[in-house]
Every structure is written in C-alpha cells, then in structure tokens.
Design a protein around this ligand. Structure first.
Ligand code: ADP
Length: 543
C-alpha cells in the first residue's frame, strides 16, 4: 500500500522560493570583481535569478544543457546556482585556477553550450575560445560599463537581466534530474565529472542544516571562503537559502586581510575553508596589530578538504574560534562526515578535545562508511587499523559523467581512494590518500600524521611528506618544510621533536627546506608536483 502523502519533488528552485518568502530580508553580501561590495536580500536574489533564468530560456537553453561558469564567489554566481538548475539545465562550475588545457578539456568533455565568466577571466576566455567546440554563447558576468575588454561577441549579464520581467514560475520536474556538474581536479589522469541531482543536493542541504550536520541556521552569517567552483561551495549556497542564513561572498579576494576585514565588518559567525585559507587568515591576525580578534564574531569554522594539523585548531582557539573538521570529496557532494562530539565527550580535557577536533568526524545520517584491508576484507573499526575507505549514501556518486559505467561494487560501495581508520563510533581519521601512503618494509607510514606532527613545531610554517625510493625498505619518508618567516629550524632538533610524536621508524630519512610548497587548484598540497621536484633527491643513508 502506498502512502498518501504529497509527492512534491525536491527541487533546487524550492530553496530560493523558500528564502524569498520566509527570509526575504536576510542578506547576501558580495565583493564584486568590479570592486564595490554589493548587498542584496534573498527576495532580490530570487527576482534576479528568475530574470537570468528567463534570459537563458530566451537564448535557447534547454533542460539538460550544460551552462558553464568560470567565476568567483559573487552574488551573480550564486544567482546562477538557482537560475540554471531552476530551469532544468545543469550548472557546470569550472575551476579557473586549472591549466587552460585542462579547462578546455573539461568544458568540451561536458559539452557546455553556454560559458559565463567573470570580468577577471575575459582574457582567459579569449585564449580558450579557439579550443572550444561547443560553447556557442559567451556571457560576461558584469555590467555594460565593464564590457569594453570582454571577448568579442560576449553578451552582458546585467543587460540580459535588465531586459526581463522576473515574472516567472519555476517548472516542476523529476527530482532525479541533473542539477550541477563538477570535475575532480584530476591529480592522476584526466579530470572526471560528478553529476549531482536536485534530490541529492536537497538531501545534502538538509543535512548541513541539522544540528549534528553543520548546524547552519538563520542565526548564522557565513563567510564562504570555499570557492563556488569547488564542489558546489560545499553545498553552502543551497543550505543557506534553505535556512535563511546570511551569506558573505569574498569575490576574488581570499587573502588573509580581505577575509579578516569581511568577517569583522559583516560579523560572520561561521565559515569554511581548506587549511591554507586559515593559515593566511591567522597569519594576518597574528602579524597585524590592527587586526583585532575582539572585532570578530566568528564562532565556528569548518576546516576541510585536507587534514587539519592540531596547531591550526589551537591558533583558531587562541582567537576565540572553535575549529572542527568535515571529510568528503567531490563524489560525496562533498560533506559525508562531520566532527561533532557525542554526549560522552562532554568532559574531555583540552588535549583530548583538540585530538577530536582533528579527526575527520563521523557519518551524518544518509552516509555509511566501511574500510577494507589488503585482501578486500572489511577490517575492524578499532580506531587503529587502517584500510581503504568506502562510502555509500544518498548524495554519493554512482559513476562519472560520460564514462557510462558504474563506479560502485556489487553492494553499492564507492571506493574513495583514501586510507583511513574508523573507530567504534564511526569517527574517521584519514591517514593518507592511497597513492600518497609511504610503504616502508611492508608497513605503512602515514604522510598526513608526519606532516601534522611537523606542523606543531614552532619554526614550521608548512610541511609535506613524500615517499622516496629506498633499496632496502622500498620507500622512506622525506620531510619538506617551509620555515616560519625569520626561523631557521635545525634538522636534528626537528627530528628529535618528531620523535616525541610518532614511532621512531616513521622518522623522515631526510628533511629539505624550501621557500614554498606547491598547491593544487583547490589549495591542497600537490604531492605529484613535489614528487617531481624531488625525483632525483637521494636519501642520506642510501647516498
Ligand atoms: P581534489 O582534492 O582532487 O580537488 P576533492 O576536493 O574531491 O578533490 O578532494 C577530496 C579529498 O580530499 C578526499 O579524498 C581526501 O583525501 C581529502 N580530504 C577531504 N577532507 C579531508 C579531511 N577532513 N581530512 C583529510 N583529508 C581530507
């Protein structure tokens, strides 16, 4: 017997409709590429989204068409989140920090018909244009006054919008239709497209607004440091509309000073970002007398995308901010686990609490995890046995766009490519990406644990660990360190410091000091590049 409840599809358009009706005055503050800060209410964002939706329809965009963006975090990019998906087309956000050849590959592979871009990417689009086979319509996301330097034949976003009435009712369709498309950064091989649906997006948003999710609510003012081109801005644009949270968008300015200034002036309570963003934010506050932590109202910060060293959580705490981790990937929308504590953790001392803040969290409802050993057997959830992490859930991918095959095993599990431990409560600790783990004499050394231990040293600004060939042990760790400004860490002292934190046989065979460590387009340590850089490096014992 079927239930008799209303069967309303879970559609992205319902999010902005809700925000416009029930949180009409909540604000979206945006630093624009043109310079000024703009302020809109959700009611205005809703109206502008409808106008741009009408413009896209007038240009012939059909359900299922891919509309690509090369854009920063601004109100216009946010509007496209609702407008493109709202008409049944697919918002295809492309990371502008990738190499131009990769961008061209991604746009063509996705078959993007329309390409929208910020003022800052006009030149990039001009260069890309001869490579693109599908993108027949170019739209510059700016106003008429700034169209001068835009690629020939580009349409103007604000002019298109101004020509429409905003009198538009969002269509209803199947919630399983595709809503957005993000490509993984493709550190190995070509980038692969993850195709989200309206249903997966809404379920993920509901989780973000749960207390045991990210606890996002109308009381929050969120500084969105995660780019809107990185896994749907970790779902925050949708979830913020769902609960009426104020959204603060930093535009192209992700440096420490700009983020501090915005967080202070907009009294942001909540934020999210990768560790490198927080390093910049904290460096600015710690090194600039005028940047006063008391001027902030920041209470909670999610550190995700890479493992967070304890020293980072401590530095956040010193300015009155509670940092916690979330784990996920493009293939999981992205949030799959959140570092919330359980009632039994209420009496944790400061040390134990800091430890909990640095694990990747535990599954929220809708996500299941397990991990497998070398033989493909499920290994115990004892908090110490590492294994290859698998995930299953309502907002986890089943396969990649255009590949035609499922990426799941017979029981519906997706291989994450991460190595992790799981404990009895489901807390996950990522110890490595499978391809980064250091295999020394048949045992595994966690590069992440070593990096985090090194980062706790006061003279270390950033650390990365890679495995180098060793004739006897197969691989041994090389620690690459960026010293703090003015510091000259002594390698012997550093090794002794590490000996207090990790097993002796994990200690790096060598330490290299560098001015900078390469980062990926999403701000993570780029181990492939580091491995290339140190390909000829000979470890001392083997020299
Ligand atoms: P890419 O890094 O290739 O752009 P993703 O953003 O999808 O793609 O990255 C997902 C990966 O980031 C995960 O597989 C994991 O290795 C890493 N990651 C994400 N969150 C965490 C975390 N909290 N701790 C450790 N690693 C993390």
């Amino acid at each position: 017997m079927r239930g008799l409840m209303q069967d309303r599809p879970l559609l992205i358009s319902s999010l902005i409709e809700h925000a416009s009706h029930y949180h009409p005055d909540a604000e979206v503050v945006s630093k624009t590429c043109e310079g000024p800060v703009t302020r809109h209410t959700y009611r205005e964002i809703s109206e502008r989204s409808k106008k741009i939706a009408q413009a896209l329809l007038a240009l012939g965009v059909k359900p299922g068409d891919r509309v690509a963006t090369l854009a920063w975090n601004t109100h216009r990019h946010l509007e496209l989140y609702f407008a493109v998906s709202g008409i049944g087309a697919v918002l295809h956000t492309v990371n502008p920090r990738l190499f131009p050849e990769q961008i061209a590959y991604i746009l063509d592979h996705a078959g993007a018909r329309v390409l929208m871009f910020d003022l800052t990417f006009g030149d990039l689009v001009t260069r890309l244009r001869p490579e693109l086979t599908c993108a027949e319509t170019l739209i510059a996301m700016t106003d008429a006054a700034h169209m001068g330097a835009m690629p020939e034949g580009s349409l103007c976003y604000e002019s298109l919008l101004a020509a429409e009435t905003g009198q538009y009712a969002w269509p209803e369709f199947d919630e399983r239709e595709a809503s957005s498309l993000c490509y993984t950064s493709g550190t190995t091989g070509n980038p692969k497209g993850v195709l989200y649906s309206h249903r997966s997006t809404l379920l993920h948003s509901m989780m973000l607004c749960q207390v045991d999710g990210l606890a996002l609510s109308s009381h929050d003012s969120t500084l969105l440091c995660v780019p809107l081109f990185h896994v749907n801005g970790w779902g925050l644009p949708y979830a913020s509309a769902m609960c009426g949270a104020k959204l603060v968008l930093p535009g192209p300015h992700l440096d420490g000073k700009s983020l501090y200034d915005l967080a202070a002036s907009e009294q942001c309570t909540f934020s999210l970002g990768v560790p490198t963003v927080w390093f910049g934010f904290l460096d600015h506050i710690e090194q600039t007398p005028e940047a006063r932590p008391e001027a902030l109202n920041l209470k909670r910060v999610v550190v995700g995308g890479s493992s967070a060293p304890r020293s980072l959580m401590r530095r956040l705490e010193a300015i009155g901010v509670y940092g916690f981790q979330a784990w996920g990937m493009s293939e999981t929308s992205p949030v799959a686990t959140v570092g919330n504590l359980l009632p039994k953790h209420a009496d944790l001392d400061a040390e134990a609490r800091a430890e909990m803040q640095c694990v990747g969290g535990r599954p929220v409802f809708g996500v299941e995890l397990r991990h497998l050993g070398d033989e493909g057997q499920v290994v115990p959830q004892d908090g110490t046995t590492p294994g290859e992490l698998q995930v299953r859930g309502h907002w986890v991918t089943s396969g990649y766009y255009g590949l035609g095959t499922s990426s799941l095993d017979a029981e519906g599990w997706f291989d994450t490519g991460d190595i992790a431990t799981l404990d009895g409560d489901g807390y996950v600790r990522i110890t490595d990406r499978a391809k980064d783990v250091i295999k020394s004499g048949g045992e595994w050394i966690s590069s992440i644990d070593l990096e985090n231990a090194a980062m706790a040293h006061p003279d270390v600004a950033e650390a990365a660990v890679i495995g180098l060939f060793h004739p006897k042990w197969q691989e041994r760790p090389l620690l690459v360190v960026v010293p703090r400004p003015g510091a000259r860490p002594d390698p012997k002292d550093l090794r002794e410091f590490l000996a207090g934190h990790v097993a002796r046989w994990w200690l790096p065979d060598d330490i290299a000091f560098v001015e900078a460590i390469p980062h990926t387009a999403t701000g993570k340590i780029q181990k492939t590049e580091l491995r290339k850089q140190f390909a000829d490096h000979v470890l001392p014992e083997t020299a």
